[in-house]
Design a protein around this ligand. Structure first.
Ligand code: XBP
Length: 235
């Protein structure tokens, strides 16, 4: 018996990753670094969840000697703060919209008495900016638990964010359905015992979503229905 829907944020609620990529590049430029992440490179870098972790992973492959600098953690933190500022400013300027069916499903789920939660590894500032801009400043009232990167948990595909959220809700994984857009997200949810539905996003299309209930183009709106990419049509 379904009791709650657990929503990932980036790529699932909105196609945010391109704005994240531009924000990383703007932060690099702001620090006088001539580093640039192309779309192809960023698709690979997205295997590592979390902005700070992603910068570090890229340094390890592109500028490994920099990781030996004693102040490298601080320098990554500065870059990441700048990146967050660029990203949240872009979102606040209205550059992000919710994906098809997201607002409808949130409304219908609430009306049906389901509980809702956010389970993301992105920074809380990014979640606040996106959901205030798209759902309104009272958006927090819609959700019974909000897990973000600020909780300091191991990031997806680790199941910790899902376990933390289930604990907050007092529910078992099997009482819930997660909605995710990446293979990392599917693995995180499954490892916490949560069945997961995938809505493919621009950067995750074609990933291996093994273990998902189904893979959909999006959540669908009346008149522009989703299509099933893989798995059984959930009806
Ligand atoms: C989202 C992410 C995040 C964002 C950047 O993961 O991987 O890292 O790209 O966010 P998920 P921060 O959708 O699996 O939750 O820069 O704030 O870390």
């Amino acid at each position: 018996h379904l009791k709650a829907l657990l929503f990932d944020v980036d790529g699932t609620l909105a196609e945010t990753e391109e704005l994240h990529r531009l924000a990383f590049n703007a932060a690099f430029a702001g620090q006088g670094l001539n580093w640039h992440w192309s779309q192809d490179l960023y698709r690979e870098l997205l295997q590592v969840a979390g902005g700070r972790e992603r910068i570090r992973a890229w340094l390890a492959q592109a500028h490994a000697h920099l990781l030996e600098q004693p102040d490298i953690d601080d320098r990554i933190a500065v870059l990441h703060r700048l990146k967050t500022d660029h990203y949240t400013a872009g979102v606040a300027a209205g550059r992000m919209a919710l994906r098809p069916g997201v607002a409808r499903l949130i409304g219908e789920a609430r009306s049906a008495g389901l509980r809702l939660a956010i389970v993301t590894t992105t920074s809380r500032a990014n979640v606040d900016a996106l959901l205030a801009a798209t759902l309104g400043t009272d958006w927090e009232e819609l959700f019974d638990a909000i897990c973000s990167g600020d909780e300091g948990l191991p990031k997806k595909p680790a199941p910790d964010a899902y376990r933390w959220t289930l604990d907050r809700l007092g529910l078992d994984g099997g009482d819930c359905v997660a909605i995710e857009d990446t293979a990392n997200g599917v693995q995180a949810a499954r490892a916490a015992g949560v069945p997961v539905l995938v809505t493919e996003s621009l950067y995750s299309r074609g990933e291996d979503f093994d273990g998902a209930l189904a893979v959909l183009s999006d959540l669908g709106e009346p008149g522009q229905p989703f299509h099933v990419v893989a798995g059984k049509d959930p009806g």
